[in-house]
Design a protein around this ligand. Structure first.
Ligand SMILES: C[S@@+](CC[C@H](N)C(=O)[O-])C[C@H]1O[C@@H](n2cnc3c(N)ncnc32)[C@H](O)[C@@H]1O
Length: 232
């Protein structure tokens, strides 16, 4: 079973490279999220959780050793990186499109921030090292990808950067979750539709629904799943 996304045939010779111009959707995405973190307190946004309990619990269940390379995609100002450091993880990486979010986490961590790697970039086109991560975590980022082209780019990045046999821990809004978040439309997933979207290389391990209470007191159903990456 071939489950890697086919690579396109080589392009014909191209003119010399110029500075990369981000696609407009990337510029808009970044502006949106920078604005959010510039204008809202990190503990007032709807996705805020004082502890990243479910994510951390799933990571612990998979039990990658402390030397494992864990990346938190769209980590925002989540305290997951704090818990990873507390648990002895040596090389956690946090990637987010909004530098304001990463700066908030670095401020919170103080001196400990230097023990993590901080990448400000769009997961869809960030230059990630190949097969570098043992575990890829994403809470509430993938569900913002509303077009097949965006989801394909995400999967290409995931399959490029996750090492074979590595783990994916992902949380999206469940079918009865909200249809929007932070003013943006989202795609809601069941275990079946998320598994289908990720493709046969991702072997489902665990799934659970979590009722998240926002700082404003609303409730939101999240689907959390973990997968093992079976590259061919
Ligand atoms: C709903 S928040 C979730 C934050 C964090 N994962 C948590 O659970 O607290 C979505 C986060 O993803 C980031 N984000 C959105 N689109 C992104 C993209 N294409 N690449 C990287 N980060 C992105 C946002 O800046 C924001 O911090």
């Amino acid at each position: 079973m071939a489950c890697r996304i086919p690579v396109s045939p080589p392009n014909p010779p191209q003119p010399p490279p110029t500075a990369p111009v981000p696609a407009p959707d990337a510029v808009e995405r970044q502006a949106h999220w920078e604005q959010v973190y510039a204008t809202r307190a990190v503990d007032a946004v709807s996705w805020f959780e004082p502890e990243a309990a479910q994510s951390f619990s799933l990571i612990q269940t998979l039990a990658p050793p402390p030397a494992a390379a864990v990346i938190d995609i769209g980590g925002g100002a989540s305290v997951l990186v704090d818990r990873l450091l507390d648990a002895g993880y040596l090389h956690p990486t946090v990637l987010d499109i909004a530098d304001g979010a990463l700066a908030a986490s670095r401020r919170r961590l103080g001196e400990r921030a230097s023990r993590a790697t901080w990448v400000c970039g769009d997961v869809l086109d960030a230059a990630l090292p190949p097969a570098a991560y043992d575990l890829w975590h994403d809470r509430a980022v993938f569900h913002f990808l509303t077009t097949p082209a965006q989801r394909l780019r995400y999967r290409r990045q995931l399959e490029h950067a996750l090492r074979p046999d590595g783990y994916l821990v992902i949380a999206c809004f469940a079918p009865d979750g909200p249809s929007r978040c932070s003013g943006l439309p989202v795609v809601r997933y069941s275990a079946a539709t998320l598994g289908a979207e990720l493709g046969p290389c991702f072997m489902p391990l665990q799934e659970t629904q979590v009722l998240h209470t926002t700082p404003a007191g609303a409730t939101q159903h999240f689907l959390y799943m973990s997968f093992r990456y079976r590259a061919t």
